[in-house]
Design a protein. Sequence first.
Length: 66
Amino acid sequence: MLGETYLPEAVLTETLDGKWKPALCYICPAMDPRPATNDYIDRIVAPARKYGFPDWYIQRLESFRP
């Protein structure tokens, strides 16, 4: 987790069938700006591919590689 503090934040998500579901999203309120590492991007891209996220979204994630 990059050594930062992430806090739970309540969010609403929309399912593919248009229903709203509550969820927790862990957000760092004060992070030092720096490029993402390849390991971090891999941890996000792998499940995105596994769960069939759209190609345009995966390409956007990949665009953050240093």
